[in-house]
Write a protein that binds this ligand. Structure first.
Ligand code: ZN
Ligand code: ZN
Length: 374
């Protein structure tokens, strides 16, 4: 079969920025040297590019996990343009297809099933996506956003002015234009590109699957450090509307912290969080699978398998009872359909069912721990 056409603009950008970063930057460092200001400009530039993609292109526009004030949307759109990963509309359209058809080698634009190279960068080097919907019909909502459409229409001039304008302006202020162009311009672009690309490649290959094994996505805390928190990719594929990727307080997710800080400042609202009992149900199912696998290797484990199954079903029942009561209470308090007395009674019921659910979760985890350690 004939290979799709090479995309020379993409190939040139990735090759040139890669080679200059690997050869030109060390050579300049050796001959001329860089100072702290130049290194700081590169590091801050990488952080701005990355977080504009994660908080803007990804969690805001692709997944609508929160709503943002126009000032924040403008800042994220400009930061995302500086990152040079195509327009918001194009990026979000690809990304929505990635979630919808994940791991489908024909329909997922960067399917991990086609290997590390393809999902990392190969998919952008040839015109594989000949049937790309030029009307962006899976992003009708984004077409109502004036900032998205303005960025889409003026993408190329914006990319060129930001990518040359910012490093040159910094170079004039600092006194070494070429040095700033190399670090804050080229190296910043190449490094931020590959860090983001790791989410499509490594985050579908390397790590654990605590929430689902129905697709190739993985949770990986090392990748989270490099990708502004997006390394918790198995969680993200399971609960894509959640504004968080790292849900525990100790998990490194600066994108989540930024979104929450913006909400405190009044620049973001309606942050969507997945109900904790839904998350627990997924975790329990995956734990059941892995513990059952271990038990299957042991002789005479029938009684333990039965016990495990019973405790799992008991946990699911507790989760359902709690979840239904919570829903009932939330609806009743929103629509004020009940007297205060009845509402209080319903609230007490929710709290009791929550305690039951948490107790059963504890029993369930202890049982699994005992089996795994035995
Ligand atoms: Zn993915
Ligand atoms: Zn996503």
């Amino acid at each position: 079969m004939k290979k799709p056409q090479l995309l020379w603009l993409n190939i040139s950008v990735f090759t040139l920025t890669g080679l200059i970063t690997l050869i030109g930057v060390p050579a300049y460092a050796f001959i001329h040297g860089f100072d702290g200001w130049q290194i700081a400009a590169m590091v801050i530039g990488i952080a701005i590019c990355e977080i504009s993609i994660t908080a803007g292109y990804h969690r805001l526009w692709s997944h609508r996990s929160y709503e943002a004030h126009w000032l924040l949307r403008l800042a994220l759109a400009l930061g995302g343009t500086f990152a040079t990963q195509n327009s918001i509309l194009h990026w979000a359209s690809d990304h929505r297809r990635h979630h919808r058809f994940v791991d489908d080698d024909q329909k997922d634009p960067y399917s991990a099933g086609r290997g590390f190279w393809y999902s990392h960068i190969g998919w952008m080097l040839r015109d594989y996506d000949t049937e790309h919907d030029t009307q962006y019909s899976n992003c009708r909502d984004l077409q109502q956003d004036a900032i998205v459409m303005w960025q889409h229409r003026h993408y190329m001039p914006l990319v060129l002015s930001l990518n040359f304008g910012i490093p040159v302006a910094l170079g004039v202020w600092h006194g070494d234009i070429l040095g700033m162009l190399l670090l804050a311009g080229v190296a910043r672009l190449a490094i931020s590109h590959h860090l983001t690309f790791f989410i499509n490649s490594l985050a579908h290959i390397w790590g654990k699957q605590p929430y689902s094994d129905s697709n190739s996505s993985r949770d990986n805390s090392v990748l989270a450090l490099l990708t502004m928190g997006e390394g918790y990719h198995n969680y993200h594929h399971s609960f894509q509307r959640d504004y968080r990727n790292g849900i525990r307080w100790w998990q490194f997710d600066p994108t989540k912290w930024l979104i929450r800080s913006m909400a405190w400042l009044g620049l973001a609202k309606n942050l969507y969080r997945t109900p904790s009992e839904r998350i627990e149900a997924c975790r329990a199912q995956m734990l059941l699978i892995s513990t059952s696998r271990k038990l299957a290797q042991l002789p005479h484990a029938d009684a333990l398998i039965l016990r495990l199954q019973q405790e799992y079903e008991k946990l699911l029942n507790r989760i359902n009872e709690f979840s239904q009561a919570k829903k009932q209470w939330l609806e009743a308090s929103k629509n004020s359909v009940l007297e205060n007395y009845d509402l209080d009674e319903l609230k007490t019921k929710v709290e009791t069912l929550k305690t039951n659910f948490l107790q059963q979760r504890k029993n369930w985890l202890m049982l699994n721990q005992r089996i795994i350690c035995s």
